[in-house]
Design a protein around this ligand. Structure first.
Ligand code: PEP
Length: 255
């Protein structure tokens, strides 16, 4: 059996922090290296270049990633950003299928699959987001929604080979994102256990264990430790609490 992957603290800045604010954040951030943890920030497209430059200047142990990527490499897709464009500026991390992309920009399980496949083919490491709406949880549909969100990816031969390597997951219950209502450790652990069981059925236990499943949804320095203590939670995807260097550092110190 291979060793568990390091815990990942991933921040999602959403549509916050332009190039100047990104530079200021990274100039302020102090992040001591840790053996068993990695840090990453998914920043707005326009701030990627400035974030990478600032990270390199300070040799911060931090990866910079994009929040979205189109599945085509070029073409008539006004407003979109392609894999080759990201690669050209040194980005090799992408977030795919965030619930805000699904909710406000019409992303579907089908387009998420296309993006995931294409990003993996182009050499990116992908953090794929899944999670149920409150109405779905209340209707007892959490597991069927998670299954629907993952089934195509798990059935796709190309994606399948990358789980545990360049493809990892973030479980983000939509009702917990940006609401201040964090999932209880029991709710999070149960969803993570279910997702892991889907991975195990389809990929075998070794690849399933090698795949990180991050929890996301109103993570703060006051609840992160308790969530991280749950078996099967391999890190956090954090929105609001990743926006200030002090709170990002406070989360890092809890790992
Ligand atoms: C997110 O943006 O993925 C997220 C989980 O946001 P927040 O931590 O603010 O709930």
């Amino acid at each position: 059996m291979s060793a568990k992957p390091p815990i990942l603290l991933a921040g999602n800045w959403k549509m916050n922090h332009g190039p100047k604010a990104a530079r200021e954040f990274l100039q302020k951030l102090e992040l001591p290296k840790k053996d068993r943890a990695q840090a990453r920030l998914y920043v707005p497209a326009l701030s990627l270049t400035s974030a990478i430059a600032s990270t390199q200047e300070k040799t911060l142990p931090l990866q910079i990633g994009a929040q979205n990527v189109h599945y085509e490499k070029s073409g008539a897709f006004t407003g979109e950003i392609s894999g080759p464009m990201l690669s050209e500026i040194g980005i090799n991390q992408v977030l795919i299928g965030h619930s805000e992309r699904r909710q406000f920009f019409g992303e579907t399980n089908e387009s998420v699959l296309l993006k995931t496949k294409s990003a993996l083919e182009q050499g990116f490491e992908v953090l794929l987001c899944i999670g149920e709406l409150l109405s779905e949880r209340e209707a007892g549909k959490t597991e069927s929604v998670l299954t629907e969100q993952l089934v195509h990816v798990l059935e796709n031969q190309e994606c399948k080979t990358h789980f545990g390597g360049r493809l990892h997951l973030a479980y983000e219950p939509v009702w917990a994102i940006g609401t201040g209502v964090v999932a209880t450790p029991e709710q999070a652990q149960s969803a993570h256990g279910f997702v892991r069981s889907l991975l195990t059925k389809s990929l075998g236990s070794e690849k399933a264990e090698d795949t990180r499943i991050l929890y996301g949804g109103s993570v703060t320095p006051s609840n992160f430790k308790e969530l991280l203590a749950c078996p099967g939670i391999d890190g956090g995807l954090v929105g609001g609490a990743s926006l200030r260097p002090e709170s990002f550092r406070a989360l890092w110190d809890l790992i």
